[in-house]
Design a protein around this ligand. Structure first.
Ligand SMILES: Nc1ncnc2c1ncn2[C@@H]1O[C@H](COP(=O)(O)OP(=O)(O)OP(=O)(O)O)[C@@H](O)[C@H]1O
Ligand SMILES: [Mg+2]
Length: 214
């Protein structure tokens, strides 16, 4: 199974979400991260994890889009690959979009996120035309102000597009989330039963259902 966390917009939480999904699912089935982030955020986080005496995750690097396509081709149904896409549009990221069984696109309520999503929709549209099927991504609200209740224009835009499906899970802005990654841990390993931990548990359940993981 291939799960890609993808958005051409930078800083929306792709690496953060991919990391927590990977730590969680690696406890249940063989899980590999493919790190396409130019800053290699998760490769660095994994090194910190190792230095803390925790079991490191399996991280794979690919040097071109063909190599990524080959990995996807050899995908096994009883294993999970989580692709942490870079925050830009590229052949790499397009192969990840087309080859994934589940696409997750984090967005926040910050100004410009609507514009970022409009640009991403254009990419999904053009890939859908090439593939002759409607490519859909699961939009995940992440890094939301904990007090924020009204999603306004953004939610309207998401619901109107055939390329977007809104996830029911929501991850709010929590300092624990940034701090846990800083020490190479998932949120659950950092502060169990915290609000962030509960929000991620809901996300894991939703992803499990969407990927049909038993
Ligand atoms: N829910 C959250 N609560 C608090 N901080 C968050 C949350 N999500 C992301 N962040 C912080 O936002 C910043 C950007 O997150 P992250 O690096 O995961 O984004 P990205 O989409 O992978 O960025 P890039 O496109 O540069 O790869 C980081 O400092 C991260 O700690
Ligand atoms: Mg990243």
């Amino acid at each position: 199974m291939i799960l890609a966390v993808s958005h051409q917009k930078g800083g929306v939480g792709k690496s953060t979400i991919a990391w927590n999904l990977a730590v969680h699912f690696s406890k249940h089935l063989p899980t590999t991260i493919i790190d396409l982030d130019t800053q290699q955020s998760l490769t660095q986080t994994n090194q910190i994890r190792k230095s803390q005496g925790l079991d490191p995750l399996t991280i794979k690097h690919v040097s071109n889009a063909g190599e990524l396509a080959l990995h996807i081709e050899n995908d096994k149904p009883n294993a999970l690959t989580i692709i942490d896409s870079g925050g830009f549009d590229s052949a790499f990221n397009r192969v990840a979009i087309v080859g994934s069984d589940l696409l997750i696109t984090p967005v926040s309520d910050k100004p410009f996120d609507l514009m970022g999503l409009q640009k991403y929709e254009e990419i999904l549209k053009s890939l859908s035309e090439i593939q002759k099927e409607t490519i859909k991504t699961n939009v995940l609200f992440n890094n939301l102000n904990p007090a924020m209740k009204n999603f306004g224009d953004l939610i309207e835009f998401i619901c109107m597009s055939e390329h977007f499906e809104l996830m029911t899970s929501v991850i709010r802005q929590r300092v624990d989330i940034a701090n846990s990654i800083g020490v190479g841990k998932s949120i659950k390993e950092f502060r169990i039963f915290s609000k962030a931990d509960q929000e991620f548990d809901a996300l894991f359940e939703e992803v499990k259902l969407k990927l049909n993981i038993v």
